[in-house]
Design a protein around this ligand. Structure first.
Ligand SMILES: Nc1ncnc2c1ncn2[C@@H]1O[C@H](COP(=O)(O)OP(=O)(O)OP(=O)(O)O)[C@@H](O)[C@H]1O
Length: 258
């Protein structure tokens, strides 16, 4: 685990089992964007949260409250102005799939290990079985523009998974999809995480999605973000949007958002 603090320290500390899910802990974190024009834009302030190894934590909050910034802090893409970010290595799956149009689906997924320094053939060898396992068999050689939106997101998720980091930061992974595909992918992601457990921070605007997928839902304040409510999801998996426990969580989260 690496600790980043306002002092700029990068202190390696004890981590979980190698290759297993990781942990995330933020304490009293503040961060402001500093655009070239205008004053600083505080995006996060006084924010504390933790995710235990293997936990799926959903983050919901008003538009523009600082959710993406929070994921960037966890992934070490920006450093906090105050407070401490302690996280095992994390990878960000950005809002848009950002597949490279000139690469095949297999090579797009293989970018995960490639960027971690793995050679091309070994990266393809690592990616291939996941296409079989996660419903993409036969599409290895397709280019992104030959894939549906749902399939593109699956490839983007496989690329994220194949990066080999114990913490996944998923930024509204299904936002661009129609309702039916969304629901399908939600079940697909739940299945993928059951076979490939990771610690997940899931940013979503969809409260039902949060309740179906997460172990805990954290509700964030308007910008600058801090945690204003926490709702545990105590329901067996697999879940659907109509499970009574999911409906209860949904109302509790909506109430906190109001
Ligand atoms: N690079 C930047 N420079 C200046 N301001 C920024 C920058 N990135 C984000 N912001 C501002 O910081 C605030 C938080 O942005 P962020 O993208 O983290 O919010 P969000 O909750 O993910 O938004 P959304 O719900 O729309 O995806 C917003 O007001 C945004 O305009």
């Amino acid at each position: 685990m690496t600790t980043r603090s306002d002092a700029g320290a990068q202190t390696p500390t004890a981590t979980g089992a190698p290759g297993g899910p990781g942990a995330v802990r933020l304490d009293g974190v503040a961060f402001a964007h500093r655009p070239r024009r205008g004053g600083p834009v505080p995006a996060v302030d006084g924010l504390s949260l933790h995710a235990a190894p293997g936990e799926v934590v959903a983050l919901v909050g008003p538009s523009g409250c600082g959710k993406t910034t929070l994921l960037e802090l966890v992934c070490g893409l920006v450093a906090p102005d105050a407070g401490t970010v302690a996280a095992d290595p994390a990878v960000l799956m950005p809002q848009r799939d950002q597949l490279l149009p000139w690469l095949t689906a297999l090579d797009n997924a293989a970018l995960g290990p490639r960027l971690a320094g793995v050679g091309r053939d070994a990266a393809r060898t690592a990616a291939r079985p996941l296409f079989e396992r996660f419903g993409l068999a036969g599409f290895e050689q397709a280019r992104p523009d030959e894939l549906s939106g749902g399939m593109r997101q699956r490839v983007a998720f496989l690329r994220t998974l194949l990066a080999g980091r114990p913490v996944l930061c998923l930024d509204e992974p299904f936002a661009a999809l129609d309702a039916l595909t969304r629901e399908e992918l939600r079940a697909w992601l739940a299945g993928a995480l059951a076979t490939e457990p990771r610690t997940v921070l899931l940013v979503t605007h969809d409260v039902e999605e949060a309740a179906v997928l997460a172990d805990r839902v954290l509700v964030l304040s308007p910008r600058p973000a801090r945690v204003i409510a926490e709702v545990a999801v105590d329901a067996p998996r697999p879940r659907t949007g109509t499970d009574p426990a999911v409906l209860e969580v949904r109302s509790a989260v909506l109430e906190a958002l109001r």
